[in-house]
Design a protein around this ligand. Structure first.
Ligand code: HMG
Length: 420
């Protein structure tokens, strides 16, 4: 595979970027037209939600050249926040030079639950359910036979006694789908038999977004020489990045921001690929406090002997490449095409890698220059536009803004008034 040059990609216009992708066979003419038109047809939007009166557009960007498990991917990112894509691209470059990301899929199963209550003998009910395990799994599969034909289906059933409830859990291989409808159908199909078996009542039957059986780990190492050309400075920075990682383990205020930085990347790719970001966020935040304390989802360790900093991020990622609105939104279809129409497992590997890259860039900035210098350099463009600058005034206003001590909307407005 010949490698593609991305030098100067950030300096190109959107049109030139599209042409760059097309000339490198990374974008079909159809997808180019979709991205140029930048719109979700109103008629399609009206099929996706209720009471539709319009659509809302967001920037669709590309973080190129991620090396994940030995292959190269270019990651579509949908985000409204300046500096996120720059940071991801920057981190991807350093991590590729250090050997790229290595990922591991622990499992890929979704979990559904039926919460039963008003059971007089929970031990007996528990035992009855376990004895009928095979039957219940068959019953769940009969409720959704198409997933069994595709090689998926219900895999295991277990119960937990929690205060007033006996909760029945079912794990399901949903193949390429996220599987919410599939799992909900299965769980509802089990309710009548579970109620008879336990002599209890069902409160609800629903998929759980705490996807502890869909864990994905991404790891990377970054050679010290990429942190700074100055050896001592690189050493100090690596020490501080490790400390920053420890801080996110002990302080929930910091852990929340640390994880927000990870989600800058995760959400952008989840959104671009038409996945349910609320489900991913809810699951990951629950996972972040699995031991009762909310902690950073990633950890960094400075290996002084190897002269490397090593990062690791594990996330529950019940990601889909089929189902939901994925086939409906043309820009989402284009995002999957750009990714090479990878399967759900690979997409989950890429999302975890992007989250780790984003976290690396944020921690490096935070423990060296501080976040404001890089972030605000790119935020200045938004401030100029917000202040009302015309497109041709933006470059001059940004230049002037960056020389100011207080980079805010007021300053942008004052400078613009002088320019106009
Ligand atoms: P820099 O060293 O000034 O960048 O860092 P540079 O100008 O030397 O460029 C280096 C590379 O960065 C470029 O390579 C690009 O890959 C990328 P090149 O293409 O030149 O060979 N890059 C860009 N890519 C696209 N468009 C651009 C652009 N500029 C650089 N305009 C950088 C600048 C922003 C990368 C760095 O300061 C950084 O990573 N900062 C972190 C920014 C960040 O995390 N932003 C998220 C918002 S803040 C937040 O929400 C999260 C946070 O609170 C999380 C936490 O607390 O953990 C921070």
């Amino acid at each position: 595979m010949t490698s593609i040059s991305w030098t100067g990609f950030s300096k190109k216009t959107p049109q030139e970027r599209l042409e760059h992708l097309q000339s490198n066979a990374l974008l079909s003419p159809e997808d180019k037209t979709i991205l140029e038109s930048a719109s979700l047809p109103l008629a399609t939007a009206n099929q996706m939600a209720e009471h539709v009166i319009g659509t809302l557009s967001l920037p669709f960007a590309l973080a190129p050249d991620f090396q994940v498990d030995g292959s190269i991917y270019h990651l579509p990112m949908v985000t409204e926040e300046p500096s996120v894509v720059a940071a991801a691209s920057f981190a991807a470059k350093l991590i590729k030079r250090s050997g790229g990301f290595k990922t591991h899929i622990h499992q890929r199963l979704m979990i559904g639950q039926v919460a039963l209550y008003d059971i007089s003998d929970k031990d007996n009910a528990h035992q009855t359910i376990l004895t009928a395990k095979e039957n219940l799994i068959n019953m769940a599969n009969q409720a959704h036979p198409s997933i069994v034909k595709r090689g998926g289906g219900a895999r295991d059933i277990w119960c937990e006694d929690k205060e007033d409830f006996l909760i029945v859990y079912l794990s399901v291989d949903t193949q390429e789908a996220m599987g919410a409808n599939m799992v909900n159908t299965m769980m509802e199909a089990l309710v009548p038999d579970l109620e008879i078996m336990t002599q209890g009542k069902s409160l609800m039957a629903i998929l759980s977004n705490y996807a502890t059986e869909s864990l994905v780990t991404a790891e990377c190492t970054v050679d010290l020489r990429f942190l700074s050309r100055d050896k001592d400075q690189a050493h100090r920075l690596a020490q501080k990045m490790e400390l920053a990682s420890q801080l996110a383990q002990v302080d929930p205020y910091r852990a929340t921001t640390h994880n927000k930085g990870i989600f800058n990347g995760v959400d952008a790719l989840v959104l671009a690929t038409g996945n349910d970001w609320r489900a991913i966020e809810a699951g990951a935040h629950a996972y972040a406090c699995q031991d009762g304390h909310y902690r950073g989802l990633s950890q960094w360790h400075y290996d002084q002997e190897a002269q490397k900093i090593k990062g690791k991020l594990t996330l529950p990622l019940p990601i889909a490449t089929k189902g939901g609105s994925i086939g409906l939104n043309p820009s989402v279809v284009a995002a999957h095409d750009i990714l090479g129409n990878v399967n759900a497992r690979t997409l989950a590997r890429l999302i975890a890698s992007l989250g780790l890259a984003q976290n690396f860039a944020a921690l490096k900035a935070l423990t060296s220059t501080g976040i404001q210098s890089g972030h605000m350099k790119l935020q200045a463009k938004s401030l100029a536009l917000l202040a009302g600058a015309k497109e041709e005034q933006v470059p001059t206003l940004v230049k002037q803004l960056l020389q100011e001590k207080h980079l805010n909307l007021e300053t942008a407005k004052q400078l613009l008034a002088k320019l106009s």
